[in-house]
Design a protein around this ligand. Structure first.
Ligand SMILES: *[C@@H]1O[C@H](CO)[C@@H](O)[C@H](O)[C@H]1NC(C)=O
Ligand SMILES: *[C@@H]1O[C@H](CO)[C@@H](O)[C@H](O)[C@H]1NC(C)=O
Length: 243
C-alpha cells in the first residue's frame, strides 16, 4: 500500500513534468513564431516618420514630431512664393515706378536686350516685361527665381556686346565701382547704353561716376523719384569698344 502509493506519486510527478515540458515547448514555439512575424513586419514596413504622407496645409503652424520629420521643412516653391510677392501692392508700386523710369529713357523697343545688374528681387525685370520687352536678364549675387539669376556684377557671365542696355539701380552699393562700370560697358554693344541709378547726388559725384565708364559718353543725368526715394539717374552711351 505504502509502496504502491509512492509509485503512484512518482507516476504523477512524471506526468506533471511531461505536461510542463510540453507547455514550455509550446511556449517557445509561440515565441519563435511571434519573433519571426515581428521581424518580418519591421522589415516590410517603412518607417512612418521619415516619409511625408501629405503636406500640411499650414506648414508654418506645425512643429516637427521627431528629428526625421521633415514635413515642416517643405518649402513653398520659389515660383509660387515669387507669384505671391508679385501680387502685393508694394511690389506693384515699385514696378510702376520702374516702368515710368524706363519709359522716360525713350530708348527701349520690344526687341531690346536688357540686362539688369544687382536687380534685387527683380522689380525692374518685372517692369520691363510689363513694358513688352521679352529679352530681359536680371542678375544679383543671390538669385531670386524666376526673375533674377545669380551672377557677380564684377565678373558678368556674358559675352561682350550681348546687350543693348545695361541697367542698375544700386550702383552706389557696388563693392568695386570701377570694376562694376567696366563690366557693365563690356557687355553692352557699341552704340548701346548704360543707365545707373544712385542715391541723389550733385554734379561732382555724377562726374565721378561718369569717369568710371571709360568707354562711354555721358548723355544726361536727372534727379528722379523711385517709389518715393530720391535718386539720380545717369545715362551713358557706349562707344565702339573693339579698340
Ligand atoms: C511693344 O509692343 C506693344 C504692341 O505690340 C506696344 O504696345 C508697346 O508699347 C511696345 N513696347 C515698347 C517698349 O516699345
Ligand atoms: C539733384 O539734386 C541735388 C541735390 O540733392 C542737386 O545738387 C543736383 O543739382 C540735382 N541734379 C539735377 C540734375 O537736377
Amino acid at each position: 500500500m505504502w509502496r504502491s502509493g509512492k509509485h503512484e506519486a512518482v507516476g504523477e510527478e512524471k506526468l506533471i513534468d511531461n505536461e510542463i515540458d510540453k507547455f514550455l515547448r509550446r511556449l517557445s514555439c509561440a515565441a519563435i513564431v511571434i519573433a519571426s512575424l515581428t521581424l518580418l513586419f519591421l522589415f516590410l514596413r517603412t518607417p512612418d516618420t521619415c516619409v511625408p504622407h501629405h503636406a500640411p496645409r499650414k506648414p508654418q503652424l506645425r512643429f516637427p514630431k521627431s528629428t526625421c520629420d521633415f514635413s515642416t521643412r517643405l518649402h513653398v516653391p520659389a515660383e509660387k512664393r515669387s507669384l505671391r510677392i508679385r501680387s502685393t501692392r508694394l511690389w506693384k508700386t515699385k514696378v510702376l515706378s520702374f516702368s515710368l523710369l524706363f519709359r522716360d529713357l525713350r530708348l527701349l523697343h520690344n526687341h531690346s536686350r536688357v540686362l539688369c545688374i544687382s536687380a534685387g528681387v527683380g522689380h525692374e525685370v518685372d517692369a520691363l516685361h510689363r513694358l513688352g520687352i521679352d529679352d530681359v536678364t536680371g542678375v544679383e549675387i543671390l538669385e531670386s527665381p524666376p526673375l533674377v539669376g545669380r551672377a557677380d556684377p564684377h565678373n558678368l557671365p556674358f559675352f561682350d556686346g550681348a546687350f543693348d542696355l545695361a541697367f542698375t539701380a544700386r550702383f552706389d552699393e557696388a563693392l568695386f565701382p570701377a570694376r562694376f562700370a567696366t563690366e557693365m560697358e563690356r557687355v553692352v554693344r557699341s552704340g548701346g547704353a548704360c543707365c545707373v541709378l544712385l542715391a541723389e547726388c550733385g554734379e561732382n559725384e555724377v562726374r565721378e561716376v561718369v569717369g568710371l565708364f571709360r568707354n562711354s559718353k555721358f548723355v544726361r543725368s536727372s534727379n528722379v523719384s523711385l517709389s518715393g526715394i530720391r535718386m539720380t539717374s545717369i545715362l551713358l552711351r557706349t562707344m565702339d569698344n573693339s579698340s
